[in-house]
Ligand binder design. Sequence first.
Ligand code: G3P
Length: 217
Amino acid sequence: MKFFIDTANLAQIKEANELGILDGVTTNPSLMAKEGIKGSDAVFNHYKTICEMVDGDISAEVISTDFKEIVEEGKKLAAIHPNIVVKVPMIKDGVKALKWFTDNGIRTNCTLVFSAGQAILAAKAGATYVSPFIGRIDDSGWDGMELIGQMAHIYQLQGYKTEILAASIRSALHIVKAAEMGADVCTCPLESILGLLKHPLTDLGLAKFLEDAKKFS
Ligand code: G3P
């Protein structure tokens, strides 16, 4: 399973990248706004900086909702760097745009996916990645991981090439479950990635080893 970080914060991207396990970055308009980035020039420069920092796929989300406008915006985003993946919402014009991008060699990430039906449409349109929002599904009283399993089963059965990118990750356990359920990629906040490190027996064991090491060093 590939690891992406789900943030537009450069310090967090740097920290995850330095761990050596990072395969890419996903952003969205909310994450860009959180960093105080305003105006299309600033947004484009921010994506460029991220592309220069991380050698992997960088999802840049369109804010247009009309087919022609999504295509124009997506073309501009894709021109920033070869690693840019254009993130398109799961709406009717978005599906049309996904197909256009597929036919024109531009890689895509279909976002805001909450059902197997939406995942099938995105795959049919040739999306490179599809992003089911696990945490938000859980928040609404459904089971996000069940959707990952259902999607993995359908994609394998039907031979779809679209990669399942588990998004809206809230914990280290979500990452483990996404791996178990067959996600191809997990995009996570830095805190959840670092959460994978934690185990009290590791801390206790290391403390004992270091204590014993004093006896012979
Ligand atoms: O990037 C999309 C997704 O990961 C958003 O997560 O935590 O806002 O539901 P969240």
